[in-house]
Design a binder for this molecule. Structure first.
Ligand code: ADP
Length: 386
């Protein structure tokens, strides 16, 4: 059985593209299972009576052959000198060791190898001394740690820039501009803007962490998206006027009841419509459409799309837009009062609501941000009654 398993795993490497590390782990798992079974039920119960005497000897030789060959496939698959060295050390000292290592090929991965001595009682014969190698993939854990570190570095950097500007102006006002009323007014205006930017950043950071904390708690209040979208659009009409943009809402649904946190959903549409007004202002128009899907029969989802006719977004940026602090053009985002956290907030809020954000864009003709949220049970039924 062990020989067949070894052949199968060896064949799977070129045929099925199985990585050498999983192949060795798979083989080792079967090998340990077989050895333990052999130790507990020597001579295998299914074997015919006359085979009873032959089997243990054959199995013994096969096990010895495979186990003695194990270090070779391991050194072939795991070209990590530390691990091979540790296997030798554990075989000699019979003391457990734990090692972390990193592999670049085929993709960046971190592993933890636990190498432990294992004794299989030999029954009538001598005990078998083996070494158990267990590999644990630490990559997801490491990725989270890296993301946290990046996040803190980005957040500090974002706060440091307006802070440096504030300190600079304070020094100027205390020194050279002390008796210059016109410069003082100008500087104070800039300082106010920087302070507002810091406040907005802290506000967004806090919202993000609050939403992250309750990501697994699904909201349970019925909320109508049609009302929310109209309310948000009304609230943003001064900005639309200032940017000379017309907002047009097309209602294909009278009500879109979802289970949602009202304030968070307001935040979603505020961010999307504000972005369309800020980054897509040159298109002069923002179209918002509210619909059920599928349009005929019983609808399952509410779809709200916010479309602008501005410069659009190049395709390479689309998958990264919802990352924290990711911006296509940092200068423009700052000039527009952006924090780079808006779409990250949108994504987190939608995740908590079991919703999705889809972004489509043709550079030169604008961008379309669509939100899909599951309708509440009452929301689906309302449609059937109409
Ligand atoms: P910000 O605070 O910078 O607006 P967001 O997370 O809301 O942060 O958006 C991230 C980036 O996505 C923006 O900086 C901008 O480059 C781009 N973006 C978002 N919406 C649009 C849009 N409607 N048209 C063009 N670019 C957009």
């Amino acid at each position: 059985m062990l020989l067949t398993t070894a052949l199968v795993f060896t064949a799977l490497v070129p045929i099925a593209g199985l990585g050498p590390v999983p192949a060795v782990i798979g083989f080792a798992a079967v090998a340990v299972a077989v050895l333990i079974r052999e130790a507990s039920f020597p001579g295998s119960a299914e074997a015919a009576p006359h085979a009873d005497r032959l089997m243990p000897a054959i199995v013994d030789r096969a096990v010895e052959a495979v186990v003695s060959d194990l270090p070779d496939p391991i050194s072939f698959a795991l070209r990590v000198p530390n691990v091979l060295e540790a296997i030798r050390a554990v075989a000699a000292s019979r003391e457990m060791r734990r090692i972390e290592f990193f592999q670049r090929v085929p993709t960046d991965r971190w592993w933890e190898a636990t190498i432990a001595p294992l004794v299989l009682p030999g029954g009538a014969g001598p005990d078998r001394h083996l070494v158990l190698l267990a590999l644990r993939d630490l990559t997801p854990l490491r990725r989270v740690e890296e993301m946290r570190a990046d996040f803190v570095a980005n957040a500090s950097h974002e706060l440091r820039t307006p802070l440096a500007s504030l300190s600079g102006f304070i020094e100027t006002l205390q020194g050279p501009a002390r008796n210059d009323p016109s410069s003082r007014d100008r500087f104070l205006a800039i300082m106010k803007e920087q302070a507002t930017r810091m406040a907005r950043l802290i506000d967004d950071l806090l919202s993000l962490s609050r939403i992250e904390q309750k990501v697994h708690i699904h909201p349970d209040t019925t909320t109508d998206l049609v009302m929310i979208v109209h309310e948000v659009a009304d609230g943003l009409s001064p900005l639309a006027q200032e940017r000379d943009v017309e907002i047009k809402i097309t209602d294909r649904a009278h009500a879109l009841d979802v289970l949602g946190d009202r304030d968070e959903l307001i935040r979603v549409f505020e961010n999307l419509i504000e972005n369309a007004l800020k980054y897509g202002a040159s298109g002069k128009r923002v179209d918002i459409s509210l619909a059920r899907e599928p349009a005929t029969g019983e609808a399952r989802d509410a779809i709200v799309s916010v479309r602008d006719y501005g410069p659009g977004i190049a395709p390479e940026h689309l998958p990264r837009l919802t990352e924290r602090f990711y911006r296509v053009d940092i200068g423009e985002s700052r000039a527009q009062g952006g924090t780079g956290l808006g779409l990250a907030l949108v994504k987190h809020i939608l995740n908590r609501h079991r919703g999705r954000l889809m972004i489509e864009s043709t550079p030169g003709s604008g961008a379309n941000f669509s939100v899909r949220l599951p309708l509440s049970r009452a929301g689906r039924a309302a449609h059937i009654l109409k």
